[in-house]
Design a protein. Structure first.
Lengths: 106, 106
DNA sequence: TTGACAGGTGACCAAATGGTCACATAACTT
DNA sequence: AAGTTATGTGACCATTTGGTCACCTGTCAA
């Protein structure tokens, strides 16, 4: 599996996207803290976090018996630049066409 | 399942992303034409195209016995604007911090 | 009109996924 | 030291997913 694929697959689950939203709002949370926000047991949440971690979207720091989870947006940026951008960018030719159309109207 | 979720799930499979790449390069292809580019039977490709269609990423036009497939990038743009952008945008405060740092150095 | 060609349907299957639980370990607290 | 707290592991299960196939329908061409 490629890196990109791991990221796309990690983003494909709504619970995982919700976890990223939570970490976006505030970083460095523990598993139990995150667990309290989802309707799911600790084990389910831990599995999702692991998928996110393997995709590089979450990075982890151990502190005593706690595990702190941090958001890493680099992989999202990468699939954005390498793939999504291509489909979302305005095609310059279309803009030129529009410009010509507008000029002809006036 | 939400619209966004359908799109994320549709993008989660590499064969489907490849199909979108093909349609990006050239639109309006038939099923058999697309099939010839993948190492998969017609049935597999048809299933993938259906998932893409249900996510709104591909739109279809019938012409005689052929089915022509067109790319629609609007849903990609939507998840970009509604979700991805939030994680990829440069945080203005970080830029301000950097600016201050640079100014203090000189 | 008789093939050949493009596509659709439903059954089927193996593997992956999303989730649970019993149990275990390590680290704090008192 | 004993209890509580935070997390990890592996087994297990139901459902979904990705893919195939046999068979069918509709359309074009000779």
């Amino acid at each position: 599996m490629t890196d990109d694929d791991r990221v796309f697959k990690a983003l494909a689950d709504p619970s995982r996207r919700f976890l990223l939203d939570l970490l976006f709002a505030r970083d460095g949370r523990t598993l139990t803290e995150l667990e309290s926000e989802l309707e799911m047991t600790r084990f389910g949440v831990a599995k999702h976090l692991r998928v996110l971690e393997e995709a590089g979207l979450v990075v982890v720091r151990r502190s005593g018996r706690e595990k702190l989870h941090y958001l890493n947006s680099v992989p999202i940026r990468q699939i954005h630049d390498r793939w999504i951008d291509k489909f979302t960018e305005q095609h310059i030719t279309a803009l030129i066409d529009l410009k010509r159309t507008l000029e002809e109207e006036s």
